[in-house]
Write a protein that binds this ligand. Sequence first.
Ligand code: HPA
Ligand code: ZN
Length: 333
Amino acid sequence: MKEFIRNLPKAELHLHIEGSLEPELMFTIAKRNDALLPYNSVEEVKAAYQFSNLQSFLDIYHLGATVLQKEQDFFDMTWAYLERVAKDNVIHTEIFFVPQIHTRRGVSFDTVVNGIYRALQKGHLLLDISSKLILCFVREDSAEEAMQTLQQALEHKDKIIGVGLESAEVGNPPSKFAGVFEKALEEGLLTVAHAGEEGPAEYIWQALDLCKVSRIDHGVRCLDDEKLVQRLIEEQTPLTVCPLSNVKLKVFNTLAAHPLKKMLDMGLCVTINSDDPAYFGGYIGENFAATQAALGLTKEDLRKLTRNAFNASFVSHEERKHMLKLLDKLAFC
Ligand code: HPA
Ligand code: ZN
């Protein structure tokens, strides 16, 4: 099974690039930028990664990101992620970045996007990993700030496939950003949103109806609402589920208590992703392996999860055909 999971070609659709910044690289970058961190060692950083909920994680994650200042920093972080997931047989990744946590510190939008994008191009050439970039708005910040960020993004439309919503969910419903998402859609961008992680099922309805999202990030709280589950099944709306993240942030107490298998069996279009692998104890391969072991997923379940991800990704018809073909080859294993 270990071998099967490693060989399974994968697409990752829920990955915050700032959440892939490993403590070792955080320290290296902090040193070269003379950036201050409230930790004395990598071990101290790791010891701080004990979270009681989403907000307790966000505080530390925003702090870690303050070391990122130059284009090379964003490049190095992204390249490290790509090199790591190449080992998990990731063939396609759709990466979130969150410019507002950098621009508010005086780092320009161009610095952020150019560093990440250059690494993605190198990843395509040298690692054969294709990719897309999705800009996430900070949902506790105002809709006006999100709109300003969108305006900056429009100058980089060649590099960005869509927009999403991240950070503190409860109290910041998708409805707050309906106007921003409308503008993004008019500009030809696709939309996604974190919804139903800590927030209620109602936020998933809003993301679908007001923000016209193509996918829901997390979405596990849909299970509280039977009508919503029916709709998600009927429309095959992809849910980018992040099992290890959900346990670390206490959305579920244990992986054994995670409803992923149940959701899959119900016919929901579930995918497995890592969210913030440097903070939550595992990259996508580890999420697959741990979830398989905890929930007894079969090879057919695992193929289904990866097929869902290929079908849910924002690639061309030709690229999707190519990815699905790789999966078919595995049917003989
Ligand atoms: N939820 C909300 N915001 C985030 C997350 C998440 O899982 N990861 C990084 N920012
Ligand atoms: Zn996330």
